[in-house]
Each structure stands twice: as structure tokens, then as C-alpha cells.
Write a protein that binds this ligand. Structure first.
Ligand SMILES: C[S@@+](CC[C@H](N)C(=O)[O-])C[C@H]1O[C@@H](n2cnc3c(N)ncnc32)[C@H](O)[C@@H]1O
Length: 351
């Protein structure tokens, strides 16, 4: 491995906590929706051995290349797919990877993407204003910066970057454009905001906003989360690691909503929603990295890990019992209906 590769290698965040939160077990089947450099995937495959399987998804073709060389030794236990996790359900069905014991999202970007690979994600390296995870996507950061109206730019930078100076930055962008490179944008923001204040570079929030918009990150996260419940098997785990408050809010609200039997507004006297809980919160609060981890990997400092477990409604349970009871191995085992939860669980885990 060359020195530059060592310097830019991605260090996975909260690895031990992730494996525990996923309750990884030998023979389990897991989907890593953001396989990246394969760091979490290795940990999951190690713990799920023997017999474990992993479906790894990433929107970035370079990440898939990286993951496939890192995970080569696991052979047929690994299936890698270059696609967006917004298509999670379709991918899982296509590859007959349902139900699963766990689904992981480790959101954001890997160090390989940030460390100046010429795709414009980082404000520390000069590159074209691109920011697409997949070169097949239509819209680049340059398209947004050079074509949106001042109001649209201000709104975007405010909403996705939570940047208070969004109006002033948008105004200056419109005055100075066309902008072609990251460094042009960085210089412009530095002029508007003055130099670095505190630990955060003044361009951080604007770059975050553009990246979220180019890759429709929040929209796709919400859509993907909606698909996990139908893929998780009995007591299957959903684990999400997020790195900023906009993502974390979506994850938290999704898990809270799905862990409630009624989601009617509090003003309703009787329930009209008919919603039933499909998840159980494993921890009420997010898990965060230790000081030790943050010191050795500063990228971990904003990480929040949330975990929920699939629960099954009586109706679903009944249908699952019906299906399992008609399987030949159940008859061969001499089991009779109703199958206890413990047996059902065992049946799922050894299926
Ligand atoms: C923080 S990295 C994951 C690192 C990985 N867990 C590891 O240990 O190496 C996030 C990855 O998610 C990918 N990604 C982000 N949004 C995505 C999406 N909507 N669909 C698929 N992959 C996505 C990025 O390309 C990146 O490789």
C-alpha cells in the first residue's frame, strides 16, 4: 500500500458498537447500504462466520471497487451492488436477499471521497465543482451554483447547511459566477465570512448543503428507511450512523414513529390512523463514540448511532406461523401449531 493510500484510508466509525447493535450472529444475512471501503462489512462478515452473508450497496462505483478488493477473501459470502440505497427493496428482491437479520446505513462520505479524489467533495482540495456520488447522475454542484436564483441558493444553503450567512453567500455567488472549482467557491465564502472562526472552516456548511442537494441525500434516506421494515426478518436490526443533525433528525423521527402503535395528532380523541408499531427502540438515546475513538479518528466526533429492532404484529406473526408451519422441516420436527416465539425465532435464525 502506498503512503498516500495509507494517509487517505477510511477508518470505520463505531465498529464494535455497530456489530453489537446489529446483534450479528453466525449464519446471519446482512445488508450494508453504504459499504464504502468495506470496514464495517469486514467486521460483520467476521462475526457472522461461518455461513454469514453480506449484500453491500454503494452509489459510488469507486467505493464498490475498493470494497470488492477489500472483501475478496470472503468470496461468495459477499455480493456487491453499485446502486443507490433508495432502491434498497428492489435490490434485495432482485438478489433474493430477503428477509435479513440486519440492515446498516453508515451515512455521509468516506475518507477516500473526501481526501481530494478530484470530485469536489472537499473544500481543502481544488477540484471541479462536481460532488456527484455517481458520475451517471445528471446534476453537479456547478449546475446548482451557476443556475439557481439567488433566493433558491440562499434557501438551499440555509436549509441543508444550516448556514446563517446563507443570504450573503448566495448574493456573492450570483455576483461572481460562473464558478468552476471548489477553491473559487472557498475563496468567495472566506471573503464573505472572514477567515476561520473556531474549529469549523467557513465553507463547511455551504459544501454540506451542496452535497446534500446534488445527491438528494435527505430525500433518499427517508425513502430508504421506509423500505427497511419489509426486509427485516423477525427481531432483525436496523442500525444507522449519521454525522449531522439533519440526517439524525430523520432517523430519530422514523424510528420513533415506527415504534408507536398510534401516530394520530395528540389533539385526536380517538385513534383514526390504524398504525401499528413495527420497530422497537433498542436504546432510547443515540450511541456516540468514546473520547478515545474521537482522538484517534476525528471524523467520528459527530457520529450518532441509532438502533431499532423489528417487531411483528399479531397479524404478521400469525401469517408467518402459518407459512413456517407448512414448511416440510416443521412437520419433520413434529411441531404443532401454534409455534412458540422461541421456536419461530430459532426457525428464522437457522433457515
Ligand atoms: C461513511 S462511508 C461508509 C464507510 C463504510 N461503512 C466503511 O466502513 O468503509 C458512506 C458511503 O455511503 C455511500 N453513500 C452515500 N449515500 C448513498 C446512497 N444514497 N446510496 C448508496 N450509497 C451511498 C458513499 O458513497 C460512501 O461510500
Amino acid at each position: 500500500m502506498s503512503l498516500t493510500m495509507v494517509a487517505s484510508a477510511h477508518i470505520p466509525v463505531l465498529v464494535k458498537e455497530t456489530v453489537e447493535a446489529l446483534a450479528v450472529q453466525p449464519g446471519g444475512r446482512y445488508v450494508d447500504c453504504t459499504v464504502g471501503g468495506g470496514g464495517h462489512a469486514v467486521a460483520v462478515l467476521e462475526r457472522s462466520s461461518p455461513g454469514g452473508m453480506l449484500l453491500g450497496i454503494d452509489a459510488d462505483p469507486q467505493a464498490i471497487e475498493e470494497a470488492s478488493s477489500r472483501l475478496e477473501t470472503y468470496g461468495r459470502s459477499v455480493l456487491l451492488v453499485n446502486d443507490n440505497f433508495v432502491n434498497l427493496q428492489a435490490i434485495s428482491y432482485k438478489y433474493d436477499f430477503v428477509p435479513v437479520h440486519g440492515i446498516l446505513f453508515d451515512l455521509g462520505l468516506s475518507s477516500l471521497q473526501l481526501n481530494g479524489n478530484g470530485r469536489g467533495f472537499s473544500f481543502q482540495h481544488d477540484a471541479p465543482l462536481d460532488m456527484r456520488l455517481n458520475p451517471g447522475q445528471e446534476v453537479t454542484a456547478a449546475d446548482i451554483v451557476n443556475n439557481y436564483s439567488e433566493d433558491e441558493l440562499a434557501h438551499l444553503i440555509r436549509t441543508y447547511g444550516e448556514e446563517r450567512s446563507s443570504r450573503r453567500i448566495a448574493h456573492r455567488i450570483v455576483q461572481e459566477r460562473p464558478l468552476k472549482t471548489t477553491l473559487q467557491l472557498v475563496r468567495l465564502i472566506e471573503q464573505v465570512m472572514g477567515g476561520r472562526r473556531g474549529r469549523i472552516h467557513p465553507a463547511t456548511k455551504t459544501f454540506q448543503a451542496l452535497r446534500i442537494s446534488v445527491n438528494r441525500e435527505l430525500e433518499y434516506l427517508e425513502a430508504a428507511l421506509q423500505q427497511v421494515v419489509s426486509l427485516l426478518g423477525f427481531e432483525g436490526r436496523l442500525v444507522v450512523i449519521s454525522y449531522h443533525s439533519l440526517e439524525d433528525r430523520i432517523v430519530k423521527q422514523f424510528m420513533q414513529r415506527e415504534s408507536r402503535d398510534c401516530i394520530c395528532p395528540p389533539s385526536n380523541l380517538t385513534c383514526t390512523c390504524g398504525h401499528t408499531a413495527s420497530l422497537r427502540l433498542v436504546h432510547k438515546k443515540a450511541i456516540t463514540p468514546s473520547q478515545e475513538e474521537i482522538q484517534s479518528n476525528p471524523r467520528a466526533r459527530s457520529a450518532k448511532l441509532r438502533v431499532a429492532e423489528r417487531i411483528i404484529t399479531q397479524d404478521e406473526h400469525y401469517r408467518m406461523v402459518e407459512r413456517l408451519c407448512s414448511a416440510p422441516e416443521f412437520k419433520a420436527n413434529g411441531w404443532r401449531k401454534p409455534v412458540s416465539l422461541r421456536r419461530l425465532r430459532h426457525a428464522f435464525l437457522t433457515a
